[in-house]
Design a protein around this ligand. Structure first.
Ligand SMILES: Cc1cc2nc3c(=O)[nH]c(=O)nc-3n(C[C@H](O)[C@H](O)[C@H](O)COP(=O)(O)OP(=O)(O)OC[C@H]3O[C@@H](n4cnc5c(N)ncnc54)[C@H](O)[C@@H]3O)c2cc1C
Ligand code: SF4
Length: 328
């Protein structure tokens, strides 16, 4: 068994210093994904840097009405926060649709964004997987791929990103805040997770040693309504086969604001820019909504076992957008 050193960081600087020069070090949030992967032998860190005591566990409002969600805010606390429930129901609903009550009590905001794919071949050391061992092949490509991607995949990887939270954040124009050896920086959530291309071992654009410190949520325009809907094999404790997050504002019969993202379809939360472009500034009739959703999903390339995802996502998106437009 590989020995692991445990370090409890008291500050962001201390956490970064403990990581410096150690490519196999890992930050430890709730541990609900990392520790599972260590048990499977997929992750083999030499140092675990516990960041749960850092002062990053608050949801704060800034004078412009934006919210800053600290990296270690627990999923349960995020979903229950009064400002999140009031202003961003889509976010609260997305978090509550994930995992279980016990897991959400422990899981953190940053850990949820950085959780690894649930592809069974990734978790099985006996199978080829370019994400786990670059160059070894992709077991899912010609294997059982019912749960895999229909958008943005490559011949090197067809995995999906499992987070529900990330899908809501993508629809809400959230921004990820990081601290690292090169200083602090921010990246839009929609650019934070990567498509697999020829380097699926890189899930995100985070750099070695960088620590997520928080997520910034801009205010939605007044009158905007939002919602998350997820389709899965069981009513709880199951990852999305397909999901939709949307925020919409309709004024004078015309769409003034729209953010739409799909989950369960791609290696990252899939922001539906074609759907948005088709509806923004137009009257959102049911026919227009149906065409706008179809315009996005026209890019889908299903695998052997997952063509059902395209019609599932289409029906979810039409229903969610229709219900929001009726309420806005
Ligand atoms: C049975 C089961 C069902 C689940 N179902 C769902 C579901 O339906 N939907 C869903 O969204 N999730 C689901 N999850 C996933 C769960 O939500 C994640 O395991 C959890 O959110 C990860 O958070 P964590 O704080 O425990 O992360 P950890 O396990 O602590 O960390 C995950 C990764 O993030 C890194 N990390 C953590 N914090 C930081 C930071 N601040 N900066 C940089 N790196 C960091 C770690 O090094 C590690 O690589 C499920 C999990 C289980 C076990
Ligand atoms: S889909 Fe991606 S994660 Fe799954 S086996 Fe292929 S390379 Fe690995």
């Amino acid at each position: 068994m590989k020995p692991v050193t445990y370090v409890r960081a008291g500050s962001v600087a201390e956490a970064a210093a403990a990581h410096a020069g150690r490519p196999e070090a890992r930050y430890l949030g709730g541990g609900t994904n990392l520790v599972d992967l260590m048990k499977l032998g997929v992750e083999r860190p030499d140092v675990l840097i516990d960041i749960t005591r850092l002062p990053l566990d608050q949801v704060e409002e800034s004078p412009d009405g934006a919210l800053r969600i600290g990296a270690t805010v627990r999923n349960t606390d995020l979903a229950a926060h009064p400002l999140v429930r009031e202003r961003y129901p889509v976010l609260s609903q997305a978090v509550l649709s994930g995992a279980s009550g016990q897991l959400r009590n422990v899981a953190t905001t940053a850990g949820n964004l950085l959780q690894r794919t649930r592809c069974a071949y990734f978790q099985d050391l006996a199978k080829p997987c370019n994400k786990r061992v670059p160059g070894s092949g992709c077991g899912a490509l010609d294997g059982v791929n019912r749960d895999h991607a229909v958008l943005g995949h490559s011949e090197h990887c067809v995995a999906t990103h499992p987070s529900d939270l990330a899908v809501a954040l993508a629809a809400l124009d959230a921004v990820v805040e990081m601290a690292g050896p090169g200083g602090g920086r921010t990246v839009e959530l929609t650019e934070f997770h990567r498509l697999p291309q020829d380097s699926p071992d890189q899930d995100t654009v985070i750099r070695p040693g960088e620590l997520i410190t928080g997520v910034l949520l801009p205010p939605l325009p007044g009158g905007a309504v939002s919602r998350y809907r997820k389709a899965r094999d069981r009513a709880s404790y199951a990852f999305a086969l397909a999901s939709v997050a949307a925020a919409v504002q309709v004024e004078g019969g015309v769409v003034r604001h729209i953010g739409v993202a799909f989950g369960g379809l791609a290696h990252r939360p899939w922001r539906a820019r074609r759907t948005e472009a088709a509806l923004l500034g137009s009257a959102p009739t049911p026919e227009a909504v149906a065409q706008a959703v179809d315009a996005e999903l026209a890019a889908a390339v299903p695998l052997r076992d997952n063509a059902y995802k395209v019609s599932l996502a289409r029906d979810l998106a039409r229903e969610v957008l229709g219900s929001l437009i009726a309420r806005s």
